[in-house]
Design a protein around this ligand. Structure first.
Ligand code: FAD
Ligand code: DHB
Length: 391
């Protein structure tokens, strides 16, 4: 079988690419290793930049997002008993983010792919990407016990950090930039009313905490923990006590508590592979880069890559243009590095680093106070948080 674009991985990146290509009349096949329930149930990001929302609208999957998404035009920073609001509406000006879970984005995209008659091939096993340095790439996989082979014009590697695509590139053709952080986030979901209408990012001597949400009834809460943290040591009561301590007495008094229905630990890393193109293989999303979650950039960066990649592939097929494919990697990497910098900076600003000394502590607090007290510094945070413009 032949297709124009073989897409590996049905996370947000692969699903969005397949929907955009399909709408533009470009033929594609999307292969996903896991089953549908697994893909739809994976709890991850929650904050969408306006550019991501616009792209989902262009992909005709924004109806529910527009009904149920929560538009936020600010966040709060809590530190030293103080709460400071970063007012996006004033500082950016007029920009906002939308709180809508990655699980919901994924469900909406899968439903749209089914409605258009081209759903992902779930449970595609042992995917191999071949010959992408020549004119006729191939993809081999197993499905329902049978060996399959696809020939294609291009391969889109949207298969996440542990996928097969980046690993198939000759390692001397790749340059890797990486930082692994000495902490992780313990995240829970609870059916409790969010403590505030906006997200609260907390810096505390015990470590970072984040108060986020999925809806007016569901809270998403995170605590900085050790990377090797044993979840058995974190019953819900202990989590709530620690959240209260880190957010400060005023918010703690208003905090509604309840049992968690999801609990997991996410390791933190910064990672960039350069370049993002090898012949006819293009990497997009977590397959090419990872950010620590503090700036809420992972999903948004994946969407930005897909904006550029879909545009380049459609220009190739519809206008016979090669130039956007040629500039894809450089254009994405310029934006990726800015998001890497912001995510690293937000992480450094808000977390407790093991081995830090009293001088490091004072510098961290001075930086937070500078952000809170300087309109210029607040603006720099706000314009990165709401999302830098696409080139
Ligand atoms: P993914 O969502 O990873 O999707 C890749 C897909 O490829 C998966 O469905 C996978 O099953 C499939 N796949 C992998 N290998 C193969 C193969 N060999 N063959 C076929 N299919 C394959 N970002 C935030 O902004 N905020 C957060 O709070 C946040 N929390 C996160 C928590 C966790 C545990 C993780 C891992 C990430 C988190 N992120 C967060 C990052 C964000 O979720 C990702 O940036 C986003 O999912 C990237 O989308 P993607 O489509 O590129 O990759
Ligand atoms: C969420 C995750 C983030 O990493 C973040 O910075 C803000 C919100 C969330 O899951 O709600």
């Amino acid at each position: 079988m032949h297709t124009q674009v073989a897409i590996i991985g049905a996370g947000p990146a692969g699903l969005l690419l397949s929907q955009l290509l399909d709408l533009a009349g470009v033929d594609c096949v999307l292969l996903e290793r896991r089953d549908r329930d697994y893909v739809e149930g994976r709890i991850r990001a929650g904050v969408l930049e306006q550019g991501t929302v616009d792209l989902l609208r262009a992909a005709q999957v924004a109806d529910r997002l527009e009904r149920e998404g929560l538009v936020h035009d600010g966040i709060e920073l809590a530190f030293e008993g103080r709460r400071h609001r970063i007012d996006f509406a004033d500082l950016t000006p007029g920009k906002a983010v939308t709180v809508y879970g990655q699980t919901e984005v994924t469900k909406d995209l899968i439903n749209a792919r089914i409605a258009r008659g081209n759903p992902p091939v779930f449970e595609a096993e042992d995917v191999e990407v071949l010959d992408f340095d020549g004119e006729r790439p191939r993809v081999r996989y197993r499905h329902n016990g049978a060996a399959k082979e696809l020939s294609c014009d291009f391969i889109a590697g949207c298969d996440g950090f542990h996928g097969v695509c980046r690993a198939s590139v000759p390692q001397d053709s790749l340059r890797i930039f990486e930082r692994v952080y000495p902490f992780a986030w313990l995240g829970i979901l609870t059916r409790t009313k969010p403590v505030s209408d906006e997200l609260i990012y907390c810096r505390h001597d015990n470590g970072f905490a984040l108060f986020s949400m999925r809806s007016p009834q569901v809270s998403r809460l995170y605590l900085q923990v050790r990377p090797d943290e044993d979840l058995n040591e974190w019953p819900d009561d202990r989590i709530w006590e620690e959240l209260k301590l880190r957010v400060g007495p005023e918010a703690a008094a208003a905090l509604e508590t309840g049992p968690s229905f999801e609990k997991s630990v996410t390791p933190m890393r910064s990672f960039v592979a350069e370049p993002l193109r090898f012949g006819r293989l293009f990497l997009a999303g977590d397959a090419g880069h990872i950010v620590p979650p503090t700036g809420a950039k992972g999903l948004n960066l994946a969407a930005a890559d897909i904006h550029y990649l879909s545009e380049a592939l459609v220009a190739f097929y519809k206008e016979n243009r090669q130039d956007l494919l040629d500039t894809y990697s450089d254009k994405c990497l310029r934006r990726i590095w800015k998001a890497e910098r912001f995510s690293w900076w937000m992480t450094s600003l808000m977390h407790r680093f093991p081995g830090r000394n009293p001088f490091d502590d004072r510098i961290q607090l001075a930086e937070l106070m500078y952000v809170a007290d300087s309109r210029t510094a607040s603006t720099a945070l706000a314009e990165n948080y709401v999302g830098l413009p696409y080139e």
